[in-house]
Design a binder for this molecule. Structure first.
Ligand code: HEC
Length: 137
């Protein structure tokens, strides 16, 4: 019950973030093509409001922090475990409901970047935040 309420709050805040900073045509976001995929990934994360739910510094917002996510061990609601590598992270962005990390509710919107042009820089950005030391709840 409590988690459902948080989910609604999280989505509302995320929509506000999007409304506040998205351009009038969100369907064609200009992925600032730069030589630096990490900076580009950060820009994508900010544009889609990912950072409203995923902290970069280890603190807990409405989703798991991205700090140290890459390479850390994740346990899912069905008890299965994996090491968070590129394939899993791509899958989580394209299809957030496919596997849900234990302890979390699916509140992540499906309306998110699905093109490799945006996901690859996101991956570079997430990797730059440290690897393998995700603080588990
Ligand atoms: C409304 C809040 C919200 C927004 C916005 C959001 N997420 Fe999430 N995300 C979550 C929650 C909650 C989970 C954990 C539940 C799950 O595994 O689906 C999650 C899980 C993930 C995971 C798997 C991480 C892990 O620890 O297993 C990745 C990767 C991810 N999100 C990337 C993104 C990206 C990239 C964006 C923006 C394009 C984004 N998220 C936007 C809430 C959000």
């Amino acid at each position: 019950m409590k988690w459902r309420a948080w989910g609604a709050v999280a989505i509302a805040l995320w929509l506000l973030t999007l409304a506040a900073c998205s351009s009038p045509s969100p369907a064609t976001p200009p992925a600032s093509p730069g030589p630096d995929p990490v900076a580009e990934g950060k820009a994508v994360a900010e544009r889609y409001g990912c950072v409203a739910c995923h902290s970069l510094d280890g603190s807990i917002l409405y989703g798991p922090t991205w700090k140290g996510l890459y390479g850390s061990e994740l346990v899912f609601t069905d008890g299965s475990k994996i090491i968070a590598e590129e394939q899993y992270i791509r899958e989580s962005i394209r299809n957030p409901t496919a596997r849900v990390v234990a302890g979390w509710q699916v509140v992540m919107p499906v309306l998110l970047p699905t093109s490799d042009r945006e996901i690859e820089p996101l991956l570079a950005f997430i990797k730059s935040l440290g690897q393998g030391d995700l603080p588990r709840k």
